[in-house]
Ligand binder design. Structure first.
Ligand code: GLU
Length: 313
């Protein structure tokens, strides 16, 4: 790993985490976000002058990788985030303000580059496409690292690990994975959820899994023991659950939390660890920058601080 990256990550990580934890956390509507970012950038620049970080942030010839330089020239880091995952990426409907651990991390990456941050709401179905099309530079949106996805995008070391579970109406009487036999589960298109449910049911011996193939599994055609209805977003699955269109709603626990309203409950099991990483275009310079920053923030306690701040334990 290049020296400038290491020095920069650690020096600025310390400065930034202090400013973030001191009350700059939380993105906001674009205007306020820009204002906050400017303030944070000034703070960062001031801090950088006093540390080796600024010197370290230069390569021998003083250049950034081309894709990172393009972001710096643009003056804005465009980040795909969730808008309804409390503690990760949540957008206040009235103010438009975003908040959560992923919002803070995105802002810290932008601050490190000395640019503003612009949040774009993404879903499990859209985040990869928006990255591929160049509409956004990176994704911090409960994006689980999988071997299959790593073939297409770069992921940093995980900054958080969640689990998958299943939300049901209490009146359904469903309390375990075994009770899901013969039922229809609502999942998001492009998510790991259906595969996680089937693998957990096989592991528990609830279904045989004789015809299960991890490589070819398709939620749309799977009908052995349980079947799936796919939706583009989570509010629609929640409505479908209320309407009895599906018997259950499965995804990561962090995402389900907001839909666990009165009269609903989780089943007993949680399964399939979901490791979230910052996602970037494969082979990009930004991948290295994000990896270096996340690794530094894991080592220096910044990420633990955010997990505690947002009650994500
Ligand atoms: N984290 C899971 C995934 O990446 C659930 C989908 C989501 O993040 O919305 O597939």
């Amino acid at each position: 790993m290049k020296k400038w990256k290491k020095l920069a990550a650690f020096g600025l990580a310390a400065a930034l985490s202090l400013s973030i934890l001191a009350g700059c956390s939380g993105g906001s509507d674009e205007t306020t976000a820009a204002a906050e970012t400017t303030a944070a950038s000034e703070e960062t620049a001031a801090a950088a002058e006093d540390t080796t970080a600024a010197e370290g942030a230069q390569t021998a010839d003083g250049e950034w990788p081309a894709d990172v330089q393009a972001i710096i020239d643009r003056g804005v880091l465009r980040v795909g985030v969730k808008n309804a995952v409390v503690g990760f990426g949540y957008q206040d409907a009235l103010t438009g303000e975003y908040s959560g651990m992923e919002i803070d991390l995105a802002k810290m990456i932008a601050d490190y580059l000395g640019v503003d941050v612009e949040y774009t709401t993404v879903t499990a179905a859209t985040r990869g496409e928006l990255l591929d099309s160049g509409d956004i530079d990176c994704v911090l949106a409960t994006f689980t690292i999988t071997d299959e996805r790593k073939e297409t995008w770069d992921f940093t070391t995980p900054y958080y690990t969640d689990y998958v579970t299943v939300l049901v109406e209490e009146s359904s009487g469903i309390t375990t994975l075994a009770d899901l036999v013969g039922k229809v589960v609502g999942v998001s298109s492009g998510s790991t959820s259906a595969k996680s449910v089937v693998e957990a049911m096989i592991e528990e011996g609830v279904i045989s899994g004789d015809n299960y193939n991890a490589e070819t599994f398709d939620p749309a055609t799977w009908t052995e023991g349980v079947s799936f209805q796919q939706y583009d977003d989570y509010p629609t699955i929640s409505t479908a659950l209320s309407a009895g269109e599906v018997d259950a709603f499965s995804v990561d626990k962090s995402i389900l939390a907001i839909y666990n309203t009165e009269g609903r409950t989780y089943i007993e099991e949680q399964f399939a660890p979901q490791e979230y990483g910052v996602t970037t275009t494969k082979g990009s310079g930004l991948s290295d920058v994000c990896e270096e920053l996340i690794t530094g923030w894991l080592e220096d306690g910044t990420i633990d601080g955010l997990i505690a701040e947002y009650n994500l334990q």
